[in-house]
Design a protein around this ligand. Structure first.
Ligand SMILES: [Zn+2]
Length: 428
């Protein structure tokens, strides 16, 4: 009974046209060109490395230039990770987008997949086909602050100003030069920083940006810093760029200044909270970062109190912070729950976190899901995974336990997956 119910709900959910509110897609090359582009996703390289593949197999000067040889080197390790949900994403792409007939990718059959992928990705309408099959209408980008935002359709690929470099790396000469090139403003302290940020926000908003975003380490604690203190910190950093206290003051000043611009320019400020970079120092590219359970959302209390008009879609790296996020979003009108990020993006964790959210957070403040993908092909399996969990939560928790009608449950699902992202980010 409950399986048939889940299936009925899922069939409806799969009809909906979606917006993906956070990705790392390059709008000039949104799709994979070869199987290697898909296997290069950090989930496969880090899991293969964790399962025994030496890092030098895929990184370093001795690695062959030929993409097919690169893929061949990783394939033998896939058998160790065929239990993982990440592997199932790859198989779903292989089967549904490329027509691969097998349920596993092995040393015997992978060349068949290589050729199927090659044929598919070379088609002139491949991008359209992937978007259509995934039912994606709009895809949010992650744009560096100096991105010119030219040469693509910004209603399909929606710009989003990523600000990690501004907050944490502005003491580096190279980042300062990028800022000068992007804005014409040289930063000498608080006042000039403000002018540079104004230029960036004007540029991004005029080009259709719908959000400002940042990922934050677990020890970050936003606070208002008076401009004279920020000036003092900037001066100290010119002498010693590693001065810990000055760095922290300056970062908090830049961050707070961004929140002020979000208020002024009416942009939601996406916060991705709790990532510790470089924990596994010998890890493969993008396979070094982990969460840190010592993070608490109490660190953001001053920020959320100070900016009641700014909407903060908040992502947490791990389920351990989910209950805090649910409670903060239940109390603060400006805190919105946003997707299932990284280590909380596996089905059993999504089930628990989503059930928690759906039973306690106002329904207009839940943004169901984003893919965080680097290649467009991954929207299909990642959203597919979420939709299946969503159908299960609706069936179990709402239709069976709370005796909701199927239609009422579907209306709730449609709101979090389709309507909320459009309304919260202001898409037409
Ligand atoms: Zn991301």
């Amino acid at each position: 009974m409950s399986q048939a119910l889940e299936q009925r709900l899922l069939e409806q959910i799969e009809q909906w046209e979606l917006v993906d509110p956070h990705t790392h897609i390059n709008p000039h090359a949104p799709c994979a060109r070869t199987l290697t582009d898909l296997l290069g996703y950090h989930y496969y390289t880090e899991l293969a490395h964790s399962a025994g593949m030496p890092k030098k197999t895929i990184e370093g000067p001795q690695v062959p230039q030929d993409p097919k040889a690169q893929a061949a080197a990783l394939i033998p390790y896939l058998k160790h990770i065929d239990n993982t949900v990440q592997y199932s994403w790859l198989v779903e792409i292989a089967q549904r987008l490329f027509g691969f007939p097998h349920e596993r990718i092995t040393e015997e059959n992978w060349e068949e997949l290589w050729h199927l992928a090659e044929q598919a990705t070379q088609r002139a309408d491949w991008e359209q086909q992937v978007l259509r099959t995934s039912r994606l209408q709009a895809v949010f980008l992650t744009n560096d602050f100096d991105d010119p935002l030219q040469g693509f359709d910004t209603s399909r690929y929606v710009p989003c100003l990523r600000t990690d470099d501004l907050v944490f790396k502005l003491t580096e000469p190279e980042v300062q030069q990028r800022l000068v090139r992007a804005t014409g403003v040289e930063v000498h302290g608080a006042e000039s920083l403000g002018r540079a940020l104004d230029r960036l926000f004007e540029h991004f908003v005029s080009q259709g940006a719908k959000a400002c975003a940042i990922s934050l380490p677990p020890d970050f604690c936003p606070e208002e810093v008076p401009p004279d203190q920020a000036d003092g910190a900037w001066k100290q950093l010119q002498q010693n760029p590693q001065h810990a206290q000055a760095r922290s003051l300056w970062s908090r000043f830049v961050f707070w200044s961004l929140a002020q611009r979000c208020q002024e320019f009416r942009l939601p400020f996406d916060l991705m909270i709790g990532v510790n970079r470089g924990v596994y120092a010998h890890g493969v590219y993008q396979g070094q970062d982990l969460f840190d359970s010592r993070v608490s959302l109490i660190q953001y209390a001053k920020l959320w109190n100070a900016f009641p008009q700014v909407v903060f879609p908040v992502s947490v790296l791990a389920s351990v912070t989910n209950q805090e996020l649910v409670a903060y979003s239940w109390i603060f009108p400006n805190v919105v729950v946003h997707g299932h990020w990284w280590y909380s993006n596996t089905p059993s964790v999504i089930y628990r976190d989503l059930a928690n959210r759906l039973e306690a957070v106002p329904r207009n403040k839940i943004i169901g899901y984003y893919s965080d993908m680097y290649k467009l092909e991954f929207a299909l399996p990642k959203f597919g995974m979420f939709k299946r969990v969503l159908a299960r939560v609706l069936a179990q928790e709402f239709v069976l336990h709370r005796r909701w009608s199927e239609q009422r449950a579907l209306d709730l699902a449609r709101q979090i997956l389709v309507e909320n992202p459009r309304r919260i980010f202001g898409l037409e």
